[in-house]
Design a binder for this molecule. Sequence first.
Ligand SMILES: Cc1cc2nc3c(=O)[nH]c(=O)nc-3n(C[C@H](O)[C@H](O)[C@H](O)COP(=O)(O)O)c2cc1C
Length: 169
Amino acid sequence: MEIQEAILSRRSIRKYTDKKISEELINKILKAAMFAPSAMNQQPWHFIVVDDNDLLKKLSIIHPYGKMLSDASFGIMVCGDEKLQLTKDYWPVDCSNATQNLLLSAHGFGLGAVWLGVYPREERMKDLKLFFQLPMHVHPFALISLGYPAEKKPMPSRFDPQRVHKNKW
Ligand SMILES: Cc1cc2nc3c(=O)[nH]c(=O)nc-3n(C[C@H](O)[C@H](O)[C@H](O)COP(=O)(O)O)c2cc1C
């Protein structure tokens, strides 16, 4: 798929078929995530891959808007590691880039995915840190729900010339 088409046609997909995603495909998607740009190329991310149905069900309850995880083939917890960054406070930006790469890669392989916001909501971060027993310096950033799509979404109209400023505000 051509890049512009991939970016414009990606949608948040919250309904999935029963078909399992292969580990091989998940690794390709994770590779795309790890190719994201990061401050000083520090790549301060970790990815917890969840394919256990009981854990996915638990996560669907822990995340206040994560109901779809109970039907997902995989969940991926994107985490930021403070100790892996040389330049302070950039980990959420870097993890955001990795998450978007991950979503686009999943879309390119014909999968459906949705970003479930965790950072900067303290309650969600606390609950997920506890759930995954993360070390102190590792922070939950976003939870991704993934599966083969069981819904199709139209392409919205989003280009807004009023948000574009030329040479000055
Ligand atoms: C930071 C962030 C947090 C989000 N959190 C949730 C969420 O908790 N639950 C959910 O169903 N979708 C969530 N989304 C998906 C958005 O609702 C979705 O991206 C938005 O409606 C635009 O639709 P699109 O992704 O289909 O273009 C989140 C997206 C982002 C970027």
